[in-house]
Design a protein. Structure first.
Length: 233
């Protein structure tokens, strides 16, 4: 048996016995579907490009849409990770499925992103709250290419991105009180615009609005939604 055939046989054996340890780059397509048909139709080739950087401007429901994409990725049997660079995601508001990483500094967020990208074990990685610049974007793009991961950075800096997205909220649907007055928004519609070389398309997405009674952490050891440790007085 030749060396290349031996390696192929070994990889096949690893995939059979340890499927969770197999890098995603060995078995998946070049684009990652978001699980939202309208959005996938608006993206080039039907999804986020694997091994490349996409950027999404931080507004217009992008966080909710990308979280849904992470959960859709996990539901298909792949892995997704969310880097919470500004510590705005509290544990109680995160649904189990995608890996949630909460670094303690901007540098740690960039290092964690690069390590997860190079591991080759994640189909989708979202970097939120940390804005890579210059050579940082170049390093992350190279790491995404090595690992075959679809990297989406929530930022306005798009110098080396292959896909650029913006979104804006169009309208809300409200639940009315017994007196006929709007009380709480329960659904919102957002328009997503996708742009790449030779490509421009948009999609309108409707998704539910989730309300949480508790907005800030009461535990002094945790970080609240503003990103600052709460200290006892």
């Amino acid at each position: 048996m030749s060396k290349s055939a031996s390696i192929a046989a070994l990889r096949e054996l690893i995939e059979q016995r340890f499927p969770d340890a197999t890098p995603t780059t060995q078995r998946l397509s070049e684009h990652l579907a978001t699980g939202m048909e309208a959005l996938d139709r608006a993206l080039p080739h039907g999804g986020f490009p694997r091994g490349q950087l996409s950027v999404w401007a931080p507004q217009g429901g992008c966080t909710a849409i990308l979280r849904a994409a992470c959960h859709a990725t996990v539901a298909r049997g792949e892995r997704a990770a969310w880097i919470d660079g500004d510590s705005t995601v509290a544990g109680a508001f995160w649904t189990e499925g995608p890996l949630l990483v909460r670094p303690t500094s901007r540098l740690h967020a960039l290092r964690a992103t690069e390590e997860l990208l190079r591991s080759g074990g994640f189909a989708l990685l979202v970097l939120a709250g940390t804005h890579p610049e210059g050579t940082e974007s170049v390093r992350l793009t190279r790491a995404a290419r090595e690992g075959g991961t679809a990297l989406v950075s929530i930022t306005t800096s798009a110098s080396v991105a292959s896909l650029r997205l913006t979104s804006r909220l169009l309208d809300y649907r409200w639940r009315h009180t017994p007196f006929g007055e709007p009380a709480l928004a329960h659904q919102v519609t957002a328009r997503v615009q996708a742009r790449a070389v030779g490509w421009s398309a948009h999609a309108d997405l409707s998704f539910p609005v989730t309300h949480h009674e508790l907005r800030l952490s009461l535990d002094t050891a945790l970080v609240d939604r503003r990103g600052s440790p709460r200290r006892p007085h």
